[in-house]
Design a protein around this ligand. Sequence first.
Ligand code: SF4
Length: 349
Amino acid sequence: MTPGFRNALTKWYAANRRSLPWRDRPSPYRVWISEIMLQQTRVETVREYFRRFLKRFPNIRALAESDEESVLQAWSGLGYYRRACMLHAAARRIIRLYGGRFPRDRASVLDLPGVGRYTTGAILSIAFNQPEPIVDGNVERVFARLHALGDSVKSKSGREFIWQVATEHVERGNAEGHKPGDLNQALMELGATVCKPEPECKACPVRRWCKAFKANDVDHYPVLPARAKPKPKRYLFAAVRDDAGRVLLVKRGRDDRSSLLPVGMWELPHAEWKGSMQKAWSMIETAHGLEVSITGKPASCRHAIMDYRLTLAVQPCTGVAANGTWFTLNEARNAAIASATRKLLDCLE
Ligand code: SF4
């Protein structure tokens, strides 16, 4: 891409950039937290979580000195909970190895738990003004269309091509006097607001450099691999209440992969429902030492996790349990729970 392309793009960005909380005072900590939250999550959802998270953990030390349960609680509802555990582990590493100062070289940033090539590029370019590239889904789509890339953007050759043009973009732009953070964010902003899956080419500041637009073939790009159909799975949950109406929640150990729900979070006792309902119910009773009486009909809801489409059935009952902790419904909602558990609690009401 030419200097004219970068001038048009950055000029457009300066005039059209959205006001986002993490764009004010882009410290390494703020950029890091926002970029981890934005992975797989929409900007509008992240806004409020980011504000609350920063209030609760205003800096790296506060995050490192908290316990993992508190971090998961602040993350509750954002999904992909491994991100929160990694964030916490990385904060502790920054305190241990770098005295609480965010490292500023690529190898050290890349070595932090949960930080990949993309997040490294974001932190180094936006917070430290280094000419490091960023490739996310938006950048992928923009470059695939600008270059009319025939390879799938998920293939090895497609990915290599996109990273290469993203690197040239930020290195050449930096040499021309543009800020690396602006060069990268301008591309992402273009992908998020103009070159969307349904692009608004008429409003595009760089259409004269776009090969897909010139060929009148925008819909053809980016080339993507065929999406696998989501696989169905069914789980049965026990909504056990005690005499005070509290609900029983349990936690699975880190190595327990018997469920697709995220480990380390509070959840209703449950088992995969493969054969008869009775068999699934026995598994739950045995695992948690339940002695219960059924109090109503099961309710159910749908939930998507990764490549799975889940049916979640929840059976109300009363009784006692050998393990787990009792929560009022209000306490349960404010605990470290995943979105699926929140849906099930909604079902109970
Ligand atoms: Fe995207 Fe259309 Fe702009 Fe090309 S002209 S970069 S397809 S918005």
